[in-house]
Design a protein around this ligand. Structure first.
Ligand SMILES: Cc1cc2nc3c(=O)[nH]c(=O)nc-3n(C[C@H](O)[C@H](O)[C@H](O)COP(=O)(O)O)c2cc1C
Length: 146
């Protein structure tokens, strides 16, 4: 059975909700799906002061090596100033070993984001995530207009 990972970061739960919807869609299509989040890197004081949502049903991914187990990796991250959050970038920045060995070559990749405003940087965030995935050798699959 095809194994899909939905890997996400979310401060306030919007992307987490979208991650669950992504997972449901992939399950409905017959895949075996895990939903995991990347580690929080913001200091505790910021997490508290900014009222980040800390209750979640999903585990933190064990580390970059865990990505090897999947046929497809769908990355979800909210837009931060027109780009992906540091938390998601920090995770991929620890995955150099996978980049070096080509461990993710040929896997299928996808991306999703959310913003607070129209024209708030959705495309730039998505292109940033997609560029990141392309560097690791994933084949990007998107949705057509249908
Ligand atoms: C530090 C920060 C930067 C943000 N930058 C943008 C932005 O550039 N454009 C935008 O439309 N929304 C921006 N937002 C809003 C979030 O992208 C938006 O509310 C998103 O849906 C939150 O997802 P989450 O609940 O999964 O964290 C920003 C929010 C924060 C906290």
């Amino acid at each position: 059975m095809t194994k899909v990972l939905v890997l996400y970061y979310s401060s306030y739960g919007h992307i987490e909700q979208m991650a669950d919807a992504m997972a449901q869609g992939a399950r409905d299509a017959g895949a075996q799906v895990d939903v995991l989040r990347v580690p929080e890197t913001a200091p505790d004081a910021v997490v508290k002061a900014a009222h980040f949502k800390t209750d979640t049903a999903h585990d933190v991914i064990a580390g970059p090596e865990a990505l090897k187990a999947y046929d497809a990796i769908i990355v979800g991250a909210p837009t931060r100033f027109g780009r992906m959050p540091g938390q998601m970038a920090a995770f991929w920045d620890t995955a150099g070993g996978l980049w070096m060995s080509g461990a993710l070559h040929g896997k299928v990749g996808g991306a999703f984001t959310s913003t607070a405003t129209q024209h708030g940087g959705q495309e730039t965030t998505l292109l940033g995530i997609i560029t990141n995935l392309l560097h690791f050798g994933l084949t990007i699959v998107g949705l057509d207009y249908g």
